[in-house]
Design a protein around this ligand. Structure first.
Ligand SMILES: NC(=O)c1ccc[n+]([C@@H]2O[C@H](COP(=O)([O-])OP(=O)(O)OC[C@H]3O[C@@H](n4cnc5c(N)ncnc54)[C@H](O)[C@@H]3O)[C@@H](O)[C@H]2O)c1
Length: 243
């Protein structure tokens, strides 16, 4: 069976780069995004890929995307959950709706996607690999980012919990912790000289990651080269967490 990989958040940034890296190695890729047009743009540039519109916070939509992928390609054996949002704000001011929205997309969305994919793998009688995108904020907090940091801390423990439950099914689960990565999500911060300088002071490599530098680690974690890895957190952060 060839690799069939479903990528959420495929319309932009790390997700779009992951689709490109995986398609280049020969995967059949399902490019899934809330913004269906951006998913279409990603898929249109890649051989053997399809685009699907789905909101990762909606269980029925996630299950439909997983089923559609398995129907189109015969099975599904990897997922990479890149869908994510950030809504900043001081902890004294952040609105509860914003807090819930961030946790819903980043944490609950990762859970729903992993659960739907793992159920599909179990029904098909084969294992697979699940890669969740956490953050360096799975381990360290930044000011005015309580919802985001809480959601990413949750993704770290979600990955470990899923790894325990899914190991008997031959499904490996690992979490990538990207550092500051040059995508639309971080464009505002990187364009602000003061904020950017604050980031760079934490990063021994003194630059943001390119999205493909995260995507290549996702490719490793969805390959047999990582066959003995599960429950791991892999920082890809230019050294931030080492300092
Ligand atoms: N950029 C960074 O510096 C950085 C650092 C650490 C972690 N991350 C994480 O990497 C992941 C990808 O981020 P990015 O920088 O590529 O961001 P991005 O904004 O470029 O892309 C995120 C994508 O997720 C999609 N999305 C948002 N809500 C969705 C939903 N409910 N359902 C489906 N899709 C949805 C968006 O439409 C967008 O295409 C996120 O989880 C983010 O938290 C990013």
């Amino acid at each position: 069976m060839g690799n069939v990989t479903l990528v959420t958040g495929a319309g932009s940034g790390i997700g779009a780069a992951t689709c490109a890296v995986l398609a280049a190695r020969g995967d059949a890729v399902a490019c899934v995004d809330l913004d269906g047009e951006s998913a279409e743009r990603t898929a249109a540039a890649l051989d053997g890929s399809i685009a699907l519109a789905a909101d990762v916070t909606d269980q029925a939509e996630v299950e439909r995307a997983v089923s559609a992928t398995a129907e189109r390609f015969g099975s599904i054996n990897n997922i990479v959950t890149c869908a994510g949002i950030e809504i900043g704000g001081h902890a004294l001011d952040v609105e509860v709706d914003a807090f819930r929205q961030v946790v819903d997309v980043n944490l609950t969305g990762s859970f729903l996607t992993a659960q739907a994919a793992a159920r599909n793998m179990r029904a098909a009688g084969h294992g697979g690999a699940i890669v969740l995108i956490g953050s360096l904020n799975s381990h360290v907090a930044l000011p005015s980012a309580s919802a985001y940091c809480a959601s990413k801390g949750g993704v770290l423990m979600l990955g470990k919990s899923l790894a325990l439950d899914l190991a008997p099914l031959g499904i490996r689960v690992n979490v990538i912790g990207p550092g500051v990565t040059d995508t639309p999500m971080s464009a505002g911060s990187l364009a602000d000289p003061e904020r950017s300088a604050e980031f760079m002071a934490h990063i021994p490599l003194r630059r943001p990651a390119e999205p493909a530098e995260i995507a290549r680690v996702a490719a490793f974690l969805t390959s047999d080269d990582s066959s003995y890895m599960t429950g791991a957190f892999v920082p890809v952060d230019g050294g931030w967490l080492a300092s």
